[in-house]
Design a protein around this ligand. Structure first.
Ligand code: ZN
Length: 271
């Protein structure tokens, strides 16, 4: 039987295992219909000399953009048209490990099968390039379609700067504690477009870890994929509490400003 690259690095196997586990959660939560959503993780730290010697199993493919800080970097990427629920069972048949070439403008697939990465690859890689340039420890990016958060983005009153952040933080104390930078907002733009990638990077640069793409979904970054998922999960929990209150026929009161400041002080959260 053909061996998997995952057998060559315990760290890589563990990271891809976390991606598979997260993909299962996305499906169970109803956030990942059909092939919806994307995951890319920078796995360069797990690549040793033996893995570096592996031949490419694809031709050189254009990265769609120039990525000056990703020269020689390696990524695990969900495959294009692949389902999260399938990835959860078999991550190396529904995603692949790629490396960025020396010219910083192409990539090649190295393992295990020539599964073409997500069509959103250029925007994901642009975000990773930005994170590395900034010296960020973040290595994982997640795009998914959480129902409550996407529903909120259909109402213009929640799209002002930090209006949704304040509402979501006020629904339950843990949301501010575990998503302390809140929810950035990016106005509707064509999925996969260069404009959307640029606006996402601008929002992350404005110090958000989770960004709402209006009427579409969220994009989240964190040190690892489980942490990126957790940030989206706590925000979505708050959205569900808000929606439950509205369904019971009232506007939820929310915690007061004083109560929320207390959370920031006690948890030592970024101001
Ligand atoms: Zn999407």
């Amino acid at each position: 039987m053909k061996t998997s690259i995952l057998e060559m690095s315990a760290g890589l196997a563990d990271t891809v295992g976390q991606v598979a586990e997260t993909a299962g959660y996305l499906w169970q939560k109803g956030w990942a219909e059909r092939n919806g959503g994307n995951i890319t993780v920078n796995v360069t730290e797990y690549i040793d000399d033996d893995i570096r010697k592996l031949p490419a199993i694809s031709p050189l493919l254009p990265a769609g953009t120039v990525l000056p800080h990703l020269k020689g970097c390696w990524f695990y990427c969900k495959g294009t048209q692949k389902r999260m629920r399938d990835l959860a069972r078999d991550p190396m048949a529904n995603g692949s490990v790629i490396r960025i070439t020396e010219d910083c403008a192409h990539y090649e697939i190295v393992a295990d099968s020539p599964v073409a990465p997500t069509s959103e690859l250029p925007s994901h890689l642009a975000v990773h390039d930005y994170l590395i340039a900034k010296g960020s420890p973040y290595r994982a990016s997640l795009h998914t379609h959480p129902i409550g958060l996407v529903a909120l983005s259909h109402c213009s009153r929640f799209l002002g700067k930090d209006v949704a952040t304040r509402l979501l933080w006020s629904m339950i104390p843990e949301t501010k504690a575990f998503c302390p930078r809140g929810l950035g907002i990016v106005p509707y733009m064509l999925p996969g477009s260069v404009e959307l990638a640029g606006a996402t990077i601008e929002a992350i640069d404005d110090d958000y870890d989770v960004v709402m793409w209006e009427k579409h979904g969220v994009f989240a970054v964190d040190t690892d994929i489980m942490s990126a998922f957790d940030q989206v999960d706590v925000l979505e929990k708050s959205a569900q509490i808000y929606i439950a209150g509205r369904n019971m026929g009232f506007e939820p009161e929310g915690m007061t400003d004083v109560q929320m400041r207390e959370i920031s002080d006690v948890f030592g959260l970024p101001k």
